[in-house]
Design a protein around this ligand. Structure first.
Ligand SMILES: Cc1cc2nc3c(=O)[nH]c(=O)nc-3n(C[C@H](O)[C@H](O)[C@H](O)COP(=O)(O)OP(=O)(O)OC[C@H]3O[C@@H](n4cnc5c(N)ncnc54)[C@H](O)[C@@H]3O)c2cc1C
Length: 336
């Protein structure tokens, strides 16, 4: 017998921002650690596979998810005063953008550049969310996780999370093994603006508040990125590729205008959107999907498509980039 708070045969097409057609055999949204533990225990008893789903803004869902989809709904968060800094303890089910706005409205600094990133806090460490020169790793102190196998709780320090560009231990050793239940972020009381990215600085006056920065970020993002509520998408569809310094040098000889960002480890990050654009694919249509006309990094869903069609379109785009630049594009959203 399934618990009464589990839903069965749940339509998830509006629970993923790409609006891919999807159903879950079972779905639950535990709001406390105890109910999450009960959920995991029950799933084991019933021999059901567990899939985690936050806000659905970084996933490619299949048409049918057998087993149990768990949507962590732990929504409490609070601040702990530590003098010059504060610790924000944040439940996995808190909406990320709401958290950003609540902290900047209190005058706190640290996550203002990450405003308007869709999704829940529990998924933020999975790909180490980042934007406008800031990554979650810059402010994250610790992550609380619950092990799916036996429901026990554990803490990981930021170092143990092994963060990299769009990478973490949650995509590697701990993939499919834990549910993130809480984040601890260190925020500052004193101004610490990071304005080096794009034209953020030009949009702001002198001594901006963290709220001003968050507002400017929201403005830039709204101008550049399609709103998933208006046009289904999952944000950047491809990661920015990292190439060797030698490959970057060769490419720059052929394409001197190519945007490139030297990394501390000697590799060079390229702009996937620019590479796609150079292949003449901005605005290109692939059946129900397309490359967004303003931001080539974003694939949009016009309706009526499915995951295999989307993956075929992505493959075609990646093949054109590979043929022209010799650079491999990797998909950013997670295939559940
Ligand atoms: C318009 C748009 C703009 C975006 N801009 C950015 C950006 O600027 N920078 C950026 O980094 N990302 C960006 N993204 C991607 C996305 O918003 C982030 O990756 C976000 O953190 C995903 O959160 P989510 O709750 O929607 O996760 P989901 O899509 O639900 O899940 C993502 C992955 O995390 C896993 N997961 C979810 N919850 C948990 C949990 N509690 N514990 C363990 N695993 C879990 C899922 O199983 C899945 O593998 C954008 C997306 C969109 C649609």
């Amino acid at each position: 017998m399934k618990p009464c708070d589990w839903l069965s045969e749940v339509d998830l097409s509006l629970a993923n921002t790409l609006q891919l057609p999807a159903r879950a055999a079972y779905f639950c949204a535990p709001a406390t650690l105890n109910s999450l533990q009960d959920c995991l225990r029950q799933a084991h008893q019933e021999a059901l596979a567990i899939q985690l789903l936050g806000g659905g803004s970084n996933v490619l869902l299949p048409e049918y998810l057998e087993g149990l989809v768990v949507h962590p709904a732990l929504k409490q968060w609070w601040l702990e005063d530590q003098g010059d800094t504060l610790l924000a303890h944040v439940g996995a089910g808190v909406n990320w953008h709401s958290l950003v706005m609540a902290t900047v409205e209190k005058g706190l600094w640290g996550i203002e550049n990450l405003a308007l990133i869709p999704g829940d806090c529990g998924a933020a460490p999975v790909q180490n969310i980042g934007a406008y020169g800031v990554e979650l790793a810059d402010v994250l102190e610790a992550v609380q996780v619950m092990h799916l196998a036996d429901g026990h709780l554990a803490w990981l320090t930021a170092k143990e999370c092994a963060f990299g560009y769009r990478e973490s231990i949650f995509k590697a050793e701990l993939l499919g093994k834990v549910v993130i239940t809480r984040l601890v972020l260190r925020l500052k009381r004193h101004a610490a603006p990071v304005l080096g990215y794009g034209d953020l600085a030009q949009r702001l006056g002198e001594n901006p508040s963290s709220l001003d920065v968050a507002d400017a970020v929201c403005q830039v993002r709204s101008e550049k990125l399609p709103d998933p509520a208006q046009l289904a998408n999952a944000g950047s569809f491809f990661k920015k590729p990292l190439v060797s310094a030698e490959q970057a040098k060769t490419l720059l000889e052929a394409y001197p205008a190519m945007p490139h960002f030297a990394q501390q480890n000697g590799t060079v990050k390229l702009a996937a959107g620019w590479l796609i654009d150079q292949c003449g694919l901005k605005g290109a249509r692939f059946g129900a999907f397309g490359v967004h006309h303003r931001q080539a990094l974003v694939l949009v869903h016009f309706g009526g498509g499915n995951r295999p069609e989307l993956l075929a379109a992505a493959e075609q785009i990646a093949a054109e980039v590979k043929a022209r630049f010799g650079v491999l594009l990797e998909i950013e959203p997670r295939l559940l």
